[in-house]
Design a protein around this ligand. Structure first.
Ligand code: MN
Length: 191
């Protein structure tokens, strides 16, 4: 199987000012493309050649895990935004957030704290278990909650390449701003 860049459901400049056009062009067009190219090269001729991405992430390690993980992570990330995003989730996801975190504001506070406190490069995830119970998971580098048997619903990329052009060292400001472009319909579809 040859993996390809996902098609963005928005123009590269459409998420400004939360994420700048140049950041999207580099992050999506260069960083993600590189992960995908590396992934395709690494699976060629191996038992993973026709495997789906989640299987590869669960069963690999080393450079293959890193590149497969980052492909999976960014496929979720870039398809979680909309220039018309923001607000709050509805339906079953909203109920689950209320049940686990008390209310949406407290969920955001706990999620932001996880994203800001993650040392170095990595991801903050909202994930669900088989029963639908939610949790916030911090993963270093290219990690994804699927390795813990969880389903990822929403991920914030806190590698510096995700925000440095727009926010320099101010990761907390970037994380706080991301809520304004979350496409909750896309996130709800994963729940
Ligand atoms: Mn990234």
């Amino acid at each position: 199987m040859k993996y390809e860049l996902p098609v963005l459901p928005y123009e590269t400049g459409a998420l400004e000012p939360v994420i700048g056009k140049q950041t999207i062009e580099l992050h999506y067009g260069k960083h993600l493309q590189t992960y995908i190219t590396n992934l395709n090269n690494l699976i060629a001729g191996t038992k993973f050649e026709d495997a789906d991405l989640v299987t590869i992430v669960k069963e690999s390690d080393g450079p293959l895990f890193n590149n497969a993980g980052q492909t999976l992570n960014h496929n979720i990330y870039f398809l979680s935004f909309s220039p018309n995003g923001g607000g709050e989730p509805s339906g079953k996801l909203a109920e689950a957030i209320k049940s686990e975190f008390g209310d949406f504001e407290n969920f955001k506070k706990e999620f932001n704290a996880a994203a800001v406190s993650l040392f170095g490069s990595g991801w903050a995830w909202l994930a669900k278990d088989a029963s639908g119970k939610l949790s916030i998971v911090k993963e270093p580098n290219g990690g994804n909650p699927v390795t813990k048997g969880l389903t990822p619903l929403l991920g914030f990329d806190v590698w510096e390449h995700a925000y440095y052009l727009d926010y320099q060292n101010r990761r907390a400001d970037h994380v706080s701003a991301l809520w304004d472009i979350i496409d909750w319909k896309a996130v709800e579809s994963r729940y």
